[in-house]
Design a protein around this ligand. Sequence first.
Ligand code: HEC
Ligand code: HEC
Ligand code: HEC
Ligand code: HEC
Length: 233
Amino acid sequence: MKKVLALVAVVSLMAAATVASAATIKNSKHDLSSGSTATFKSSGVGTSTNQICVFCHTPHNAIQNGYPLWNRSAASGSFLLYSSGNMKNQYGALKASQGFTTNSVSLYCMSCHDGGLVAGRIHNLPLDNGKVIPTMTPAADQITSTANLGTNLQNDHPVNFNIVNFGGAIGTSQNGGKAIGGLTTTNLPLFNSGRGTSSLECASCHAVHDPGYVPFLRTTNAGSYLCLTCHNK
Ligand code: HEC
Ligand code: HEC
Ligand code: HEC
Ligand code: HEC
């Protein structure tokens, strides 16, 4: 009997793990392969690629040394970032108006979400189409929907700044979790950047591979849960 109960416990643990497990990038809006069900994707006989990761990563000859084996030329142009007189966390010597630090994880996102070329910026081209720039639908190879954030991010949640101070304006976490400099970010990662070791970046709120919480969120935003993970309002 004990054995049966243990088995039941294991099976229900496995079921729980299945429910909590990540959704796959396959067929998400970040699956730009020719086999994808997404609308923005590679298409065209002989010129398309059926690879998913190649739009962002390559196993060899990546564009930079180290994390995360990036396969895209940097977003071009200069960016403007959010700042306000109220912000407790400042951008440091390199001011927000001067844009991203060159090692900001957010720049990876902006190499497509600035409205510039998508396939046209692949660095190490895919083998399966003979190493040519994959043709895309739409043929213009640019994001034109509201997912095009442009290069002026002054109207977007602040990113690429170091969290050292949480103060009353930010508040403490309501959902529990790991405290970083007084700010609690439940499972929301902070990154290294030229601005410090606890830098808030796009990937703090977004899970680029996981469409489970649309739109690629780290956790649900039902009842503004994501926001309330950091802000005590
Ligand atoms: C649309 C761009 C994009 C695509 C496509 C993509 N990635 Fe990523 N990947 C990123 C970005 C950006 C990061 C760094 C940010 C982060 O860690 O969330 C990253 C980080 C990673 C990491 C290190 C961090 C982690 O999450 O473990 C691994 C491993 C990884 N990707 C594997 C893959 C594989 C395998 C594929 C294809 C099945 C893939 N990625 C497709 C953008 C992409
Ligand atoms: C990972 C933690 C985190 C999450 C999640 C988060 N924020 Fe923030 N937010 C911050 C931090 C840190 C600041 C900078 C506050 C400061 O320095 O005063 C900030 C700044 C802001 C500001 C500007 C404050 C100012 O004084 O200029 C607003 C408004 C805001 N967030 C709203 C939101 C909303 C709405 C959400 C959910 C969609 C959200 N935040 C999610 C951490 C977070
Ligand atoms: C290789 C290009 C590429 C990169 C790099 C990339 N994206 Fe995307 N992303 C896309 C495309 C294409 C879409 C779909 C746009 C459309 O349908 O108009 C999209 C859509 C999205 C959406 C909307 C999803 C939805 O369900 O509506 C979010 C959010 C998003 N991306 C966040 C990110 C973040 C955050 C990063 C960096 C961590 C990132 N993306 C990096 C190409 C990219
Ligand atoms: C503080 C958390 C937070 C940060 C940081 C953040 N986002 Fe988002 N983002 C969200 C949330 C929440 C939504 C969904 C908003 C909604 O429900 O309308 C969203 C939506 C989006 C969308 C879809 C917009 C649309 O209307 O189609 C894109 C694309 C996107 N984010 C990209 C990015 C990129 C790129 C960065 C970094 C420059 C970034 N996000 C930084 C929380 C964040």
